[in-house]
Write a protein that binds this ligand. Sequence first.
Ligand code: FAD
Length: 415
Amino acid sequence: MKPYDIIIIGAGPAGTSAALFLEKRGCRIALLDQARFPRDKVCGEFISPAADAIFSELGVLESIEAINPVRLKGVALSAYERSWVQVDYPSSADGTTMSSLSVERLMLDNLMLGQVRNSQVELIEGFKVTDLLFDDDNVCGVKGYDEGKIEFNIHAKVVVDAGGRNSISLRRLNLKQGSSSEGKIALAAHWEGVRLPGQYCYMHISRPGYTGIAPVGQNKANVVLIVDKASLAGQDVDDFYRSTVLKNPLRREMLGAGEPAEKVRAVDSLAYSVKTPPCGGLVLVGDATGFIDPFTGEGIYLSLRSSQLASGVIAGAFNNFDFSKKQLESYDRVRRMEFHKKFLLSKMLQRLIYSPSLCIRVVKTLGEHKDLAGMLVGVIGDYIPAGRVVCFEYLLRLAGGTLLSQPSFLKTEKV
Ligand SMILES: Cc1cc2nc3c(=O)[nH]c(=O)nc-3n(C[C@H](O)[C@H](O)[C@H](O)COP(=O)(O)OP(=O)(O)OC[C@H]3O[C@@H](n4cnc5c(N)ncnc54)[C@H](O)[C@@H]3O)c2cc1C
């Protein structure tokens, strides 16, 4: 097969956005995916408000708006059925009213791919990449086969791996590191016939795990349940999922009139981090760079943003005709610096949600101090810098409110 400037593995949000960013810079690109689209993907389908600006830059926002998508006003959070806060997104720094898109992945990914189809990028569906090709220490292409099992080698100056959580680079170069949510599993299904009280992403922290519920259409919601794998204990997955979701009275009130409209899908080993590739010619974007946790629902934004950052560094590599590790690793540094505090926040939230009494108090405090709650959802929505929340002053105010929040409340009720 003919050589390209860039091969991108994977046509999810990271791969399609990387293709569109890099095509604008005049590169010859092949975008490969083992699937044929439209294809589905387990996801909370709740997209950070900050993603709008990137969709707009890529020319995709118009086609997303054309399907009349659900737009969420903010986040509602309950802790162990004992405390509750509902908070609207605060306006952005320039006074814009913020909202988040809630779009089924089957549609979103296909709309992004539609934009790729209208570009100069060569899209090859049904092509599974099985290995990376090397020239000395640099990656110089990929090897794989098409749907007829015919093998191909394709060469390029740079390979962008956007293959998601099981991407070939993570396996081939052993880049995946320990997980902070080892043993957790996500179970997801769309429900029909539900009556959600408003246009919010509803997060219910409860035993034996938490759920994220987002409306994705008329009386339709996406319900993701995160639990310890061990709590399934050999039960039928669909029965376990339905009964666990409905065990929580708040969820039962929202979903009780409805039913899952499909078989439950599962994803395990949720959070992981990833080492920098030890070679040139290779750049990782999206979930291939690591995954924090679905609780803050930011994976799509982080994927788009990582591709935006990567495209700048790759363009620089073409300008200098240097695709070495040294040239490309500045992307990793920039990305890690930008996302560092978000990852820290995610880890703090993980600790919090599995500490019931503290979690109840913090959510209660957020309910009483809407400015603190607003700042937190703005950070989770990726348009307020994480440093505004991951700082002494914010944590002190939160701790102050939490310490003052009626200790008797906890003594009298059993969690
Ligand atoms: C339970 C759960 C809930 C989530 N909820 C949210 C949420 O509410 N909001 C949010 O923003 N994010 C959420 N996320 C995260 C979000 O789904 C991911 O961050 C996002 O899909 C990452 O995009 P990506 O393009 O990197 O990978 P993917 O979307 O996984 O795309 C990877 C693509 O690569 C292809 N591919 C892989 N390997 C190969 C190969 N060898 N050859 C060819 N093709 C290959 C696959 O077919 C796939 O199409 C959630 C994730 C989970 C697990």
